[in-house]
Design a protein around this ligand. Structure first.
Ligand code: F6R
Length: 369
């Protein structure tokens, strides 16, 4: 049932092109408009939304952070992301014009379910993005947008993460289309870029031997750090979470801009640091900022492991190791940049002899608060 793979996690990492493809499938009409039939919330309500709050836990919350950059950019609706358990217990400001988006692979996470109920009590509409048909969260939500990643068996989430991000992009594009804002004309182009992602994810998977050999070399690392900016930041957090969860190694993700506000003090000779580099073709000099962060840590002895776009030569001089991902628009890059981090964690945990599918102390769905 593992389809020839040594673990469900490895199988599910390899299924990611399909997970994204299936999540995109059947969601456009012949004219190229996005149709989300399942979004059974009155269009007038969706047009009036003045705030979006994404609630989720763990990996799903990192998918939510990625979604925030995309939704705010495409829809110009203020969007917050909050851990469901923190949201629930802080008297959040939510009303009829708030759209709450609950992200959950299992649809049974109690913390997320309680946040959904709390939001509904305040009059907010809730869209659930879930991978498990008929589970509690999509049943209680006002509408459900399913990811079609297929069953995820390994405790550590991989393909569901990419599918959640994909579904959240669709929701963002749908709201932009519905509200007819200035990005409306770009939607078809972004959808075409999204359709191209499964093949690009496959291209990243095809380079996995390179990542695996580094993971084996690094199996005795005591701590690994991850840096990213913009959408690369939640990718860094996710890379660190995977390593903690299955390889039991201390790992932390940082916003690269925070380095000089504290974390750079952790850098000493030999400290491995993954850096997620944004596209050099992107806006706002993001790329140059991250390259200078790589220089800063390299100068202090870090072993830099850089995830960068094909053709990005600016990183070569400061990287001890470079993993390449195909070119893609900045907002979509998490679908690619996450993959080497998943492979790295899976291989490193395997090299240490751990059961990657059943990490200690963890359950696949957390049905208690
Ligand atoms: C990480 C992981 C957890 C879940 C979290 C939410 O690999 O699996 O952090 O992402 O418990 O679970 P769902 O998405 O089922 O609500």
């Amino acid at each position: 049932e593992k389809g020839g793979f040594p673990s469900f996690m490895e199988k599910e990492i390899n299924e990611q092109p399909m997970a994204v493809e299936q999540t995109l499938m059947g969601r456009t009409d012949p004219e190229g408009n996005l149709v989300l039939d399942e979004l059974k919330i009155d269009e007038s309500v969706l047009r009036a939304v003045d705030k979006i709050v994404v609630v989720a836990c763990g990996t799903a919350a990192y998918a939510g952070q990625v979604a925030r950059y995309a939704i705010e950019h495409w829809c110009r609706i203020p969007t917050e992301v909050e851990l469901a358990h923190e949201f629930r217990y802080r008297d959040p400001i939510v009303d009829e014009r708030t759209l709450v988006v609950a992200l959950s692979q299992s649809g049974e996470t109690m913390d997320t379910l309680m946040a959904v109920r709390h939001a509904q009590e305040q009059g907010a509409k809730v869209v659930a993005i879930c991978n498990t048909n008929g589970s509690t969260i999509p049943r209680e939500a006002d509408a459900a947008l399913y990811t079609h990643a297929g069953p995820e068996i390994a405790v550590a989430s991989t393909k569901a993460f990419l599918a959640q991000i994909t579904a959240a992009y669709l929701l963002g594009l749908y709201l932009a289309q519905l509200r007819g804002n200035k990005y409306k004309d770009e939607i078809a182009g972004i959808l075409a870029e999204l359709e191209a992602m499964p093949a690009k994810i496959q291209a990243v998977i095809d380079t996995q031997d390179q990542v695996k050999s580094l993971a084996q070399q690094m199996k005795d690392a005591a701590s690994v750090l991850f840096l990213g900016r913009h959408v690369g930041y939640p990718v860094a957090l996710e890379g660190a979470l995977k390593l903690k969860e299955i390889a039991y190694i201390h790992a932390e993700g940082f916003a690269a801009g925070e380095l000089k506000h504290g974390p750079i003090a952790l850098i000493e000779e030999g400290q491995p640091v993954f850096v997620i580099v944004p596209s050099p073709r992107g806006r706002d000099s993001l790329h140059a900022k991250v390259v200078s962060n790589i220089q800063e840590i390299r100068a202090r002895g870090a072993v830099t492991i850089v995830i960068a776009e094909e053709g990005d030569e600016a990183v070569a001089d400061y990287a001890n190791h470079v993993f390449r991902v195909p070119q893609a628009p900045t907002l979509l890059q998490p679908l690619l940049a996450t993959v080497p981090l998943q492979i790295f964690a899976c291989e490193l945990a395997t090299a240490k002899g751990y059961d990657v599918d059943q990490p200690r102390n963890l359950a696949k769905s957390v049905t208690v608060e």
